[in-house]
Design a binder for this molecule. Structure first.
Ligand SMILES: [Zn+2]
Length: 116
């Protein structure tokens, strides 16, 4: 939210909140009150935009597979080599299983997971 200049501390989001506030006074704008009003109006839309961007970024990252024979991470949207590609879901499942049985979820290698 800060990167797209839409951040507001939670106590300033309600329309009735006082704008005589340290955050408002610290904004480096000629009319910081106007900036707060603009951010209040755009807060939900900006929040949804940030959530969507993060969601799409994570989805893109999860489409990368670890190619075992070349020891490299590659985008793989249509995986046809499941015996050679370690996928995010395999790591996630393994880590959840480790947490459930009380073993270290970080103690593994790609080869360990491919052999399971
Ligand atoms: Zn793949």
């Amino acid at each position: 939210m800060d990167a797209i200049q839409s951040y507001l501390p939670p106590h300033l989001i309600p329309q009735e909140a006082s704008l005589d506030d340290l955050f408002v006074h610290s904004l480096p704008y000629q009319d910081p009150v106007e900036v707060v009003w603009r951010r209040r109006e755009n807060y939900k839309q900006a929040g949804d935009l940030v959530k969507d961007a993060l969601s799409l970024s994570l989805r893109a990252l999860r489409s990368y597979h670890w190619e075992m024979d070349k020891d490299v991470l590659r985008p793989c949207s249509d995986c046809k080599d499941s015996s050679n590609h370690l996928k995010w879901e395999q790591v996630k499942t393994h880590r959840a299983k480790c947490r459930k049985i009380g073993t270290d979820p970080d103690d593994w290698t790609p080869k360990d997971l491919m052999q399971q």
